[in-house]
Unconditional design. Structure first.
Length: 261
């Protein structure tokens, strides 16, 4: 399955729309001051994460295996549409992988649409696995803290975020994105999030109120997801074809995992 850390980090960006707004988009409540409180930053993220929204962007997902010290980066495109809390579609296509300083063609594709997450690998042996992420016919906000399959701290009331995470504000560092506020979210002990993640770091742009960099850390891996050339509410708007995978033939190895299996 697409790694939970990858999908979580991508969805955090997606739920918050993007970090680079078009000229006709306006920040909510002006520029966040550098000394903004945690509550004020969480309130800004809450407002930015509310649907409806859609966008297209270039995306990269860098992974460091902390157990052996290896790293690789996948690059590609993302299409995102969230028209309501229970209507989420996310399409990610990686076509390159960078290992060390070597760039290789490697195609990976993921589609989250309704109750199904489809993961494809276009290697010599082509594989497709479909995962049912909620009960058949169920209408659920997959990003809802405490209830969703991919719970996120974006588009959520700050009190709910604080119930799920210990939130701290980190002093600026020289390598931080410019004009950004750095928050570290540590899952509270005993929660499902604590089983998956050690911490989630978010750098929030003070002007746009958007995450510009997301780092997720688990026991064995560290992820960094970044997006560039983001088109918010593109014209023409996204359509069903942007969330439709190519047909497969008999050469593919197909698997399906039902909900709860």
């Amino acid at each position: 399955m697409m790694r939970a850390t990858t999908l979580l980090a991508l969805s955090i960006f997606a739920a918050a729309t993007c970090a680079q707004l078009r000229a006709d988009d306006h920040p909510i409540d002006g520029v966040l001051p550098a000394d903004a409180s945690i509550d004020r930053v969480l309130d800004a993220l809450n407002e930015r994460g509310k649907p409806p929204t859609e966008f297209i962007a270039k995306v990269s997902d860098a992974t460091i295996d902390t157990s052996v010290g290896t790293d690789q980066k996948h690059t590609g495109m993302i299409w995102f549409s969230r028209q309501s809390p229970t209507r989420l579609r996310l399409h990610v296509l990686f076509d390159k992988v960078i290992v060390g300083h070597v760039i290789q063609n490697q195609k990976r594709e993921y589609l989250l649409d309704g109750e199904w997450l489809t993961a494809r690998s276009y290697d010599a042996i082509k594989t497709e696995t479909k995962y049912q992420v909620m009960k058949p016919g169920e209408k659920k906000d997959l990003m809802k803290l405490g209830a969703g399959t991919f719970p996120l701290p974006i588009g959520q009331d700050k009190d709910d975020v604080k119930k799920a995470f210990d939130v701290t504000k980190v002093a600026p560092a020289k390598d931080d994105p410019p004009q950004a506020i750095h928050l570290t979210l540590t899952p509270r002990p005993g929660t499902d999030l604590a089983k998956k993640f050690t911490s989630i770091d978010i750098w929030v742009d003070r002007g746009s109120h958007m995450p510009v960099v997301i780092d997720t850390l688990s026991d064995s891996e560290e992820h960094r997801v970044e997006m560039k050339e983001i088109q918010v509410n593109p014209n023409p708007p996204l359509s069903d074809k942007d969330f439709t995978l190519p047909d497969v033939d008999s050469s593919w190895n197909l698997k399906t995992e039902a909900y709860g299996s």
